[in-house]
Design a protein around this ligand. Structure first.
Ligand code: NAP
Length: 250
């Protein structure tokens, strides 16, 4: 089991046992660890990513009592997302898949194609998944949406301070969508919590081998958010940006 200690697992299993979780980017990196943790906590997990073989291998490695399946899809095909997830009743949506923009892609030094390609996977695809899956969560009065954002997309600290423009701006958009949607869902009073996470700089294909944090450290807050208990009358704080289980400014 990766990423969640036995004590943590006992604590979160109550909320997640028997739930269905869809995790994008489940084939590797942070999405894979988050998906494995959700599976270990008792959820049925549907993994999405492009490469079917890598996704099958990842999903096949998940433990836990639930059933786990691979749903390969290129999220750049945003128009095809609704049909791909049609009929699924998802309780937990984790938008972890993303692509980075070219290292030198400043606003005045990027192409419209790159801008659109990054936005499609990093912002439009999460929107399409939210549109398809969150109405069911609201009807059933239980749901969790966890969006993997990035410090680079914040309006404070190191965020949106120049460079990597398509990626930073898409993540800033994801932050805005998170907050907006949470308010539209009455900040948890309809049973759906919507939050964003900065995982920090982690050792993945995107983060590189020299990043300071492990994938387990980066994945922890996403699992914690997915597993939080809440009530309709007195919901826990939601519509926030979190880092290491602590709220941080957008
Ligand atoms: N690692 C970091 O330091 C860091 C820091 C801040 C934020 N984040 C965020 O954390 C999340 C996970 O990052 P990571 O480092 O784990 O990334 P990663 O190692 O590069 O993995 C990306 C995942 O997304 C999937 N993916 C990429 N493009 C896709 C597409 N077009 N359609 C479907 N799936 C696609 C990949 O699978 P396929 O290639 O098979 O499609 C893979 O499963 C991202 O949202 C990222 O922006 C990461």
């Amino acid at each position: 089991m990766e990423g969640v200690g036995a004590g943590n697992l006992r604590r979160v299993a109550g909320e997640l046992a028997g739930r269905t979780a869809l995790v994008t980017g489940a084939s590797r990196g942070l999405g894979r660890v988050i998906a494995a943790d959700l599976a270990a906590a008792g959820a049925d997990v549907v993994g999405m990513a492009r490469d079917p073989a890598a996704l099958e291998a990842a999903v096949g490695s998940f433990g836990g009592p639930g059933s786990h399946s691979a749903l390969p899809h290129d999220l750049a095909d945003v128009d095809g997302i609704a049909a791909r997830v049609e009929g699924l009743e998802v309780d937990v949506l984790v938008n972890a898949a993303a692509v980075m923009s070219a290292r030198r892609s400043k606003t005045l030094d990027t192409s419209l194609d790159e801008w659109r390609d990054v936005r499609a996977v990093d912002l439009d695809a999460p929107f399409a998944l939210v549109s398809a899956l969150v109405p069911g969560m609201a009807r059933r009065r239980w749901g969790r949406v966890v969006n993997l954002s990035a410090c680079l997309g914040r309006m404070s600290g190191p965020g949106t301070a120049g460079g990597l423009a398509p990626y930073r701006v898409a993540k800033a958009g994801l932050n805005a969508m998170t907050r907006n949607l949470a308010h539209e869902l009455a900040l948890g009073r309809r049973g759906v919590l919507v939050d964003a996470v900065c995982p920090g700089h982690c050792r993945t294909d995107m983060g590189g081998p020299d990043a300071p944090r492990s994938v387990e450290e980066g994945a922890d807050t996403a699992l914690w958010l997915a597993a939080r208990g809440s009530t309709l009358a007195d919901p826990v704080p939601t519509g926030r940006l979190w880092e290491d289980r602590v709220e941080v400014p957008w």
